[in-house]
Design a protein around this ligand. Structure first.
Ligand SMILES: Cc1ncc(COP(=O)(O)O)c(C=O)c1O
Length: 327
């Protein structure tokens, strides 16, 4: 089926079989609340809030109005050497909400960019402290940290590694995946309890192999989402924190799918009571695709929701929160 008003020759969809898509396209032309409207007039539930970006619902009037107001006030200014009031306000509010002593906010334009940026910050941090030899990163099998080269390197999605493997970061290792139903009982909706320490291999194999003093950071999703939904075994994140602390390794939580209230707490870090050194997250965004962030009262409680915050470099759909530097 071909849409009457446009061809499908020029727009590539990511993570999609485009040839297949063209044969049976799912094209939306409008949205309201939790529904999309298809190009042929059907209503379809957006069951994943457009990959967790539209948690406040589509086309929320207060959000749309705030975006319009901001567009009329300050539409864009470059972010180099210049700031804008709304970005500073947003950073203050995120810092107040962030777990522990995390109080620095660096806005990026996507989860992928934030993941890569967090790795860069880790390298720069160690170098500034005279430990430039710390260049090894440790991710986890089946982890997803976006589509930049850094994120793909620490990620563990085989399909991403297939085409780009030869160009990935050279000094990266991976923890085993945290779901092992053959050896450790798995009960749906319950926190898995492993008979053995699920991180034993980190201490006994991975760190000795690279030497812990060379390791810059460990990056994990508190809850895995892109390889299916998997919650960590009991005590996993606390144990990871302990191991990182013991060896001076930074711990990065990729909270793109767990941050900003999605688990019922501010961040996954709060849910599990573990404070990372850096957190990456992506507030919800509005259906128009404007990459911006604002906390809006909707309908009667505070939720993270997008609204205009001024110029696009700061109108980010994700934030990277860097620790206040107890070390
Ligand atoms: C855990 C995680 N990290 C990073 C990303 C990449 O975010 P983006 O699609 O905004 O680049 C995603 C995307 O869903 C994700 O789930």
């Amino acid at each position: 089926m071909t849409h009457p008003e446009f061809t499908m020759d020029n727009h590539w969809l990511p993570f999609t079989s485009n040839r297949h898509f063209r044969k049976d396209p799912r094209v939306f032309v409008a949205a309201e609340g939790m529904h999309f409207t298809t190009h042929d007039g059907r209503k379809v539930i957006d069951g994943v809030s457009s990959l967790w970006c539209v948690a406040a619902g589509h086309n929320r009037r207060p959000i749309n109005e705030a975006i319009k107001r901001q567009l009329d006030t300050l539409d864009y200014a470059t972010a180099f050497q210049i700031g804008n009031d709304q970005a500073f306000l947003a950073a203050e509010r995120i810092a107040a909400m962030a777990p522990g002593d995390l109080n620095k906010v660096l806005f990026c334009n996507s989860g992928s960019e934030a993941a890569d940026t967090s790795l860069k910050v880790a390298l720069a941090y160690h170098r500034a402290r005279g430990e430039g030899h710390r260049t090894v990163f440790i991710g986890r099998e089946r982890g997803y940290h976006g589509v930049g080269f850094g994120g793909m390197s620490v990620g563990g999605i085989p399909a991403n590694r297939k085409a780009f493997g030869a160009a990935l970061l050279p000094r990266v290792d991976h923890l085993r995946f945290m779901h092992d139903p053959v050896n450790h009982a798995y009960i749906p909706n319950e926190e898995p309890v492993w008979a053995e320490d699920p991180l034993v291999e980190l201490e006994t194999r991975i760190l000795p192999l690279h030497d812990p003093s060379n390791v810059a950071a460990v990056i994990v999703e508190p809850i895995a989402g892109s390889a299916g939904w998997y919650i960590p075994p009991k005590g996993y994140l606390k144990r990871l924190r302990e191991i990182c602390d013991k060896h001076g390794i930074l711990l990065i939580f990729d909270e793109v799918i767990t941050g900003f209230g999605r688990l019922g707490t501010g961040f996954g870090a709060d849910y599990y009571g573990v404070v990372p050194d850096m957190g990456i997250s992506r507030p919800t965004r509005d259906s128009s695709g404007t990459r911006s962030l604002r906390f809006t009262k909707y309908p009667d409680h505070e939720v993270p929701a997008p609204a205009a915050l001024s110029q696009s470099s700061w109108e980010s759909s994700l934030a990277i929160v860097v620790g206040g530097g107890s070390r």
